[in-house]
Design a protein around this ligand. Sequence first.
Ligand SMILES: Nc1ncnc2c1ncn2[C@@H]1O[C@H](COP(=O)(O)OP(=O)(O)OP(=O)(O)O)[C@@H](O)[C@H]1O
Length: 253
Amino acid sequence: MELIAKEMEVKIGKKEIVKNVSIHVKKQQFVGLIGPNGCGKSTLLKSIYKSISPQNGMVFLDDLDVLKSPEKKISQHLGVVGQFNEMHFDLTVHQMVLLGRTPHKKMLESDTKHDYGIVEEALKRTNLQDYKDRSYLSLSGGEKQRVILARTIAQQPKFMILDEPTNHLDIRYQIEILSCVKELNIGVLAALHDLEMAAHYCDYLYAVKDGEIYAHGTPEEVLTPDTIEALYQIKCQTFTNPVTNGLSFAYGF
Ligand SMILES: Nc1ncnc2c1ncn2[C@@H]1O[C@H](COP(=O)(O)OP(=O)(O)OP(=O)(O)O)[C@@H](O)[C@H]1O
């Protein structure tokens, strides 16, 4: 699915947090949102997935009007991995991932073999098969993050929004999670802090500064020393990593 968010504006109290932001994610594109702490990335994402109401703007997933549609309808198409995944009641990992099937069920409809198959596949993709019977609350932050992703995969969304999905994850799982999301081949909009990961996984980037889009384009177009300095107030040199051939960054020079 394609996502178009147009002229998004979010005010909290008197403060304008998101100022007239438009984002376009084409079918199967992996689009990154970068920018310093507090620039408004999460607020923008939340206003797109309707966790907060924007003062202005519209959001379409193909022809589905997200801001005007009921939650259930939206969650049949849109999966969200948020930044904080705390729960106050305990479920096993398997039960948590099975919850991903809820948007596709009628009230009180029981889980089927088909649902269990989808859950198994999601656990496999996120490397969680051995955690099936563990209590969710007993997991580490990184393990919880993977369970939430598995639940979102089991939801079989056609578009995914991720807010710093690699928060809490060590380097191996950062790579595994982003590769796993990329392999889903669906439209993705993800807030990312690691610029090397953003350069490697994203087809297109939006750089946010003070609630506005400061730059957008391919990673090579956006991740220039000037833009990085403007965003993060840090000197930076970019180079092609001789080992990976990817874009790399030397900070503080
Ligand atoms: N409910 C709220 N009340 C007051 N201010 C808020 C609220 N939510 C967000 N803000 C402020 O809005 C600004 C943007 O926050 P947001 O979480 O969107 O930034 P971010 O770019 O996602 O940051 P980070 O990279 O640190 O996660 C911050 O200054 C934050 O303090």
